[in-house]
Design a protein around this ligand. Structure first.
Ligand SMILES: C=CC1=C(C)c2cc3[nH]c(cc4nc(cc5[nH]c(cc1n2)c(C)c5CCC(=O)O)C(CCC(=O)O)=C4C)c(C)c3C=C
Ligand code: FE2
Ligand code: FE2
Length: 350
């Protein structure tokens, strides 16, 4: 007797992180071998990846040790996958639903998940990055790997920087965190996003523009915070990165005598960049510069409105035409940002 239930697969793209100390170096090597991250020719890139992963491993291992030796990214993503599955099951009670995390640089690797999902033989397979803002270094890299591995793909969400529930979730969490901290006064709200080399943006990556779209939409709901700034963290390597850096923004707020409320606007779960960089390193920096109140807003994680937002993206993708789509379906990236697949082969007219 065949099972007539339709099968819906949802694949959550994410970066991945080491499970323990021994994984740190090979994880970093995988990351720096990616031509989307280091845009040098093959052999030079391989040599650089070996060199950087070896030299960076000690410090990175020490940082992962502060979180128990490995990254919490996979357990966090698994919980989000479970929550999304439960939400989708309400919308599609007759479907058999599977939600898979697929990591770019550590297990479960994108290419292995592609094989697993292929073997499951879904009727629909929705690719959904856990990067709300599209970048060639993140979403495009995962998509490329998925497609090279022959993974199934019927619908693809490329980005959702201004999806209404996503924006609502951020605004509500910022307000709630500020209230829970005892409503510190004289606050500068910093939106810290992972940075990128300037050259990547100049070559057409829409990430910075999309981060600014998210912040603009969130700020329309938060008129009680008139003092705010976008900044970029986690710089790596010798290239010039987009700015201002989060360190500069913290120092600037301190100089202006402000307290700091910091929202990680481009991350949707807790990991090394939030728990170590934002909470420990930048927390220390703020205190060293005399900031009285430094409060970090949590990543969205399992926030119910955020999970609803992910479910809405999947439902809209299934209801619309096949192919890559931005946000709730419209083409939102302007022409000069040719790096986003939502433009779907449209000619680029700057
Ligand atoms: C918005 C998301 C991200 C962008 C854009 C991004 C670009 C980018 N990252 C590096 C180098 C590193 N990133 C590392 C960790 C890391 N990066 C992201 C997200 C984005 N990266 C996440 C979610 C994580 C956390 C993973 C975890 O283990 O918990 C690391 C490893 C940590 C470290 O050594 O600092 C590196 C290295 C580059 C070079 C880059 C763009 C060119
Ligand atoms: Fe990164
Ligand atoms: Fe787009």
């Amino acid at each position: 007797m065949g099972d007539a239930r339709r099968k819906l697969a949802v694949v959550l793209f994410n970066l991945g992180g080491p499970d323990g100390p021994d994984d740190v170096r090979p994880f970093l090597r995988n990351l720096f071998r990616d031509p989307a991250i280091i845009r040098a020719p093959g052999l030079i890139r391989e040599a650089l990846a070996l060199l950087i992963s070896t030299t960076r491993a000690k410090e990175a291992r020490a940082n992962y040790a502060k979180m128990g030796g490995g990254s919490p990214l996979l357990p966090e993503t698994r919980k989000q996958a479970e929550a999304l599955k439960a939400e989708l099951q309400k919308a599609f009670p007759d479907h058999e639903i599977g939600v898979w995390p697929a990591m770019r640089y550590w297990h479960p690797l994108t290419e292995d998940v592609a094989d697993e999902v292929s073997a499951w033989a879904p009727d629909e397979c929705v690719l959904l990055p856990l990067y709300p803002q599209f970048s060639t270094t993140t979403t495009a890299s995962s998509l490329k790997r998925w497609r090279e591995a022959g993974g199934p793909e019927t619908r693809t969400v490329c980005c959702y920087p201004t999806e209404p529930a996503f924006v609502d979730a951020h605004a509500a969490l910022i307000r709630k965190t500020w209230e829970k901290a005892g409503r510190p006064d004289n606050v500068r709200l910093l939106f810290s996003a992972h940075g990128l080399p300037k050259k990547v943006i100049e070559d057409g990556d829409p990430y910075q523009w999309q981060v600014e779209q998210t912040v603009g939409a969130v700020m329309r709901q938060l008129p009680e915070f008139p003092d705010w700034q976008v900044c970029y963290q986690s710089r790596v390597g010798p290239l010039e990165w987009i700015g201002p850096s989060t360190e500069e923004a913290i120092e600037g707020a301190a100089k202006d005598g402000r307290n700091i409320l910091l929202s990680p606007i481009a991350f949707v779960s807790e990991h090394i960049e939030t728990l170590v960089e934002l909470d420990e390193e930048y927390g220390d920096l703020a205190r060293e510069h005399g900031v009285t109140s430094y409060v970090r807003v949590p990543a969205l994680g399992l926030d119910a409105v955020f999970i609803e937002s992910l479910a809405t993206l999947v439902k809209s993708a299934l209801a619309g035409a096949p192919g890559p789509r931005c946000d709730t379906g419209g083409r939102i990236c302007p022409a000069e940002w040719c790096g986003c697949p939502c433009r779907n082969g449209e000619p680029v007219t700057a």
